[in-house]
Design a protein around this ligand. Sequence first.
Ligand code: PEP
Ligand code: MG
Length: 577
Amino acid sequence: MTFSLHGVAVSRGVAIGNAYVIAHDEFEVRDHLVEAYEIESEVARLRAAIEAAAVHLRSMHDKIPAHTPADVAAFIDTHLLMVSDATLSEEPIRLIRERRYNAAWALKCQHDAIVAAFEQMDDPYLRTRRDDIDHVVNRILRNLFSAGISKPTADDTRLQGAILLADDLAPADALLMQHHGVVGFVTEFGGPTSHTSILARSLGIPGIVGVRHVRRFVRDGETLIIDGNEGVVIGEPDQRVLTHYQRRRSERLKHSVALNKLKRASCVTRDGVALDLQANVELPSDFEAAREVGASGVGLYRTEFLYMNRIDPPTEEEHFETYRQLVQTVSGLPVTIRTLDIGGDKQVELALTARPKGANPALGLRAVRLGLKEMTLFMPQIRAIVRASALGPVRMMIPMLSQLDEARQVIELVRNVQAEFGADGVPFDPQMPVGGMIEVPAAAAYADGFAHVLDFLSIGTNDLIQYAIAIDRANEEVNYLYDPLNPGLLRLISMTIKAGARVKVPVAMCGEMAGDTRYTRLLLGLGLQSFSVHPSVLLEVKGVINDAYSKPLKSLAERALKTTDPERFKSLLVELT
Ligand code: PEP
Ligand code: MG
């Protein structure tokens, strides 16, 4: 009988295929001794398993698609270094030879010893490497047990057209999915902002996360449908359901062919309101994709990737070189560089003096708070952004402002750098706009105050929703409350847009809500004039905008904002979405 399971949609689209269930990455390691004559073959087996893990990682590294975030390659490099390190093979070989442990048991003992040593360490960076040790050892164990497990292997043809079901997937697995022609994935854990989810979106593979116990309900090989728009997994679909989703899938394909025609079209509503449609990028190379779809600029360049997978912070020159590449790639279009937004759900391994701590990292020392506290981290970035402003229309954006003073302090730092560069003859644009993100409710309610000191505002709905509704954006247990249609949230968004209009300061939106076509008409109704979205959804958003009449949407939205009648609110939203 047809059944459905629900999770969090992280990558849009409909996929239909056979389930490919990946069993738990936990292997039952037995502590039996090998016979004396088996010792050398056991050593050889371990060596072969380690070598196979290295070959597998190397081949994955070679298959990294262009435009993939750099930290994915760095992540594979780290695992390669670990797998090739003698620490992992020498001691287990000694245990096999001297104590006659079997290969898996010997490896497991060494794993436990390394983990115990890591846990004693004061160095927070090394402590975070424990997960990597687990991944690497599991990969080797997988090879030792290769007969009994169903993890994808390099030549597994069953993956072609399949939907992958796993407890969690690493970014490297996401690359594997693309390589093997996987059409969709479902995981039991993970959140929409994990690297795997971000990568899946870039690769255009529909996916759903946080579907607890999915592998108990779905049998390997059975037909499965996943709706990556709604976050629904449908098992044992009857013919009627199957036909419905096949139709939706082919409509989507036709739709994307039609959308391609919009690449060079301007972004304007049917009643003549011209909108700004920019792109969110993580790497300068991502902008190739944004250019391809006709973005009018970069509305959000997230610089966190520059800080990941390293201990020493990036130097001013590294920052500058990255920004130079970005500005030159977009040649002439505005580029909004967001200053570091580390902390909260974006943890890094940097050795910081003011390490973000606390039980609630999302409410702790993150983003601009961390920048203002860790000048050695912040100043090289500010200096590089100011230098980059000489190369093209660069804008600087401050994340997570909660009080005016933070904006003022950052502006003062910028002015000091500009004065120093002026005296030293270093070129820069003295008019470089400095803007801020509105993602804390107190800042939204005081957006006019921020608009008086900043040159532009951009609404970060990912965090604004988290803080306004008081739900951790990465916690699957409260994900169901993550609702962009919450009436209180809509009022905060509207307040921000109206404040910008009153003070004549442009207001954009760069959170995921801006790129979700279910909300485009509503946002037009709220008066939003500038959207910054992932390149993969930009044409869809443009399609909805170019098809809409903004005037009637505005009057519907005004009524929705005013009403306190939940039924009336709902029916107005039906017209708006
Ligand atoms: C946001 O919070 O909406 C945003 C765009 O920033 P990030 O997702 O990087 O926190
Ligand atoms: Mg944010």
